[in-house]
Unconditional design. Sequence first.
Lengths: 234, 391
Amino acid sequence: MTDQARILVVDDEPQLTRVLRTGLKSRGYDVRAAADGLAGFEAFNDWHPDLVITDLAMPNVDGLELCRRLRAISQVPIIVLSAKGEEKTKVEALDLGADDYVTKPFGIDELLARVRASLRRASAPATNEATETTLDSGDFHVDLETREITVHDKSIHLTPKEFDLLVYFIKHSGKVLTHRTLLAALWGGNYVEQNEYLRVFVGNLRKKIEPDASSPRYILTEPWIGYRFDPGEH
Amino acid sequence: VAAALSVGALTVLLKTVSSHVNAATVSLALLLNVLFIATRWGSLPALAASILAMLCFNFFFLPPFGTFEIAATDNWIALLAFLITAVTAGQLSASAKRRAEEAESGRREIERLYAELRDAFERASHAEALRQSEKLKSALLDAVTHDLRTPLTSIKASITTLLDEVRGRVDSEPRVALDADLKVEMMEVIDEESDRLSRFINGLIELARIEAGELQLRRRLGAVDEIISAALSRAEPITRNHRVELEIEKELPGVRVDERAVSEVVYTLVDNAAKYSPKGSTIRIIARRSGNELMEMGVEDEGPGIAFDLRERVFDKFFRATRDGDVRSREPTGTGMGLAIAKGIVEAHDGKIWIESGRNGKGTRVLFTLPIGDDEVIDESRYTAATVEIQ
């Protein structure tokens, strides 16, 4: 990283913000901390960080509300810190546009890996959807015009819906995608509760693209939440 | 069959004594029998018995005897009257019996329904109570897990940061750069948060003891100023940045308490006062008489105070008044159990604890009462190791 990436940490627990500040600073990030959503939002407007790490349960403005407010004005990557037992809130945060989550307690490496992935995604050059005709990501090569896909240079035959699903996955590589997000993106708003739809399509897609569909390496399951796509190293 | 047998038996009996009784007696006896059958077995046997009795009456008791012939016209009338009376009386009494039975079974049905309804209601309210208690339990569990996980999260994040540095991961990018100060800071966090976990667990044990009614109080006559000075010397490290003033009335009588437990209460209140009021402000310790039987003790601070609607709830376990959320503050927050434990101890002494506003309506004043020791000698056996029930 040429410039120091700026990270805003929002948590009401002073000891944790203290640790995260030190841990992230030692990796060369520029860090600021805020104690609740309101202070976090103000710090964001003031400082324009490259990434926001936020706790969910906080006094005044909580993490969900912060996600909502940030998404209204910015596409900044958001990583949510959540605890076991907060699955519902976590999914809500992801639905509201958070990019990823880490479950407490976590090792600093886990958080750093998510931070790197989120920053990388955010800094990737934006593809011009209108003119772009091919999509290359990891083991995958997609021709959007002929609707042909190869995995490891092996051609795969997909139904139109499976093709759309895979393209959506590839375009959002590394990001946690909730069931709701995927359903809304591919089938529209009326289907957001139809998780079994998605399960069937993901199952079929896995059979076609995964070397071993029973232990997938591309379409990873995030239990109770959704899926995460890993295009593999090329 | 029983009806026929009884009519037959009665007829035989009456025949053997027929020389001594007249036809009217015989007919009345047979009528009685029909009534008896009707109340016992109902209308059909009564009808059969009526006809059988009529035939017997005719055959055996109306001249000429031994035939169904009847000589005199008035005997025809008597026989007819007998038959009608027997049938009517039989049917009436049978239907009365039926009604009585119906009424009885109706009553039983109502009783059964009532009992069923009551059971259902009891079950429902039991289930509701259970649901409430489960809800409370899960809320408490949430609070406990949150309080255990929070320090654990800081510890885990610190230790992994240190580990990375020690292992000197070459593949990590950007490179780890932890100077000595940062390392010390990480270790301080681990140290402080371990203490916090330990305090929390000790609090849990204390609370569990109080709730199980196993608080062991060693009550004896004690001096208020000694209790307070014990608490203050323990609190010395946390009150260094505050001014501590004593407002202890002169010549206070002794109190009949467990001194260590009450000293713990005072310590908790001083600790809270120091934690939630600005540096340099004053903490006052109060002890005074309240009537002839009670001692009033308390701690007052110049902090932000506690809102009226929270003044009861701060004594609930795991409840914490919203922290001011100052990130720069390095003071670990409380366990949410101190006041709950203090309340348990005070109530075990038959005292009360409550919150008021401090001087000039500012700050917080927590007061509690204790019984003043009698002049008479305290019966040690009565108060030593008393097991106290706490609601």
